[in-house]
Design a protein around this ligand. Structure first.
Ligand code: SF4
Ligand code: SF4
Length: 167
């Protein structure tokens, strides 16, 4: 299904999550890189050496979750925009997601945008709680979103327009 539609299905992305205990213990990276391609910036980007690809550059990245602190540094280094960070303990009833964003305009901190799924369909309101853009991110911003807990591993993008405040 992933190959024919280009859209990761539940069984695809669930296989990329850490176990339940790790998910409860703090922010964690989710690397939604599904196919063997010659690419490895994520491996060198992680200051904690949590990501391994190894000698064969076509290997799908492997995460050692004990080393990942959810810093999000690797997000902007991925040319495939395939890396996210999820924090399921952000505040009661809500989680935080860090996503890559390469469009203009940048969303505004404090605004409420539409959180969209892997298929681009709107899922829920998402409050922009962080906007990171530094020179070493090479114009790939990292956007922090507060979303209802049920959607932390469903929302993987945003749709701007009609924001409720801050714009
Ligand atoms: S979120 Fe930070 S610690 Fe985790 S894999 Fe990415 S760079 Fe490494
Ligand atoms: S940088 Fe991104 S696309 Fe490249 S191997 Fe890592 S996760 Fe996959």
């Amino acid at each position: 299904m992933l190959k024919s539609s280009g859209i990761a299905q539940k069984s695809d992305w669930e296989a990329k999550l850490p176990d339940v205990n790790r998910r409860k213990s703090g922010p964690y990276v989710v690397i939604e890189c599904y196919q063997k391609i010659p690419c490895n910036p994520c491996e060198g980007a992680c200051p904690n050496k949590a990501v391994t690809i190894g000698e064969d550059i076509n290997t799908i990245p492997c995460v050692e979750y004990g080393r990942c602190n959810g810093c999000g540094i690797c997000i902007s280094r991925c040319p495939g925009l395939a890396i996210f960070v999820v924090d399921e303990g952000f505040c009661p009833g809500f989680g935080k997601i860090l996503i890559p964003w390469e469009y203009l305009p940048l969303p505004t901190k404090g605004s409420v945008v539409a959180g969209v799924g892997r298929d681009g369909k709107e899922l829920c309101p998402a409050e922009v709680v962080e906007v990171r853009i530094a020179k070493n991110q090479d114009r790939t911003a990292v956007i922090g979103l507060k979303v209802p807990l049920d959607f932390v591993n469903q929302v993987r993008g945003i749709k701007l327009g009609g924001e409720e405040n801050g714009r």
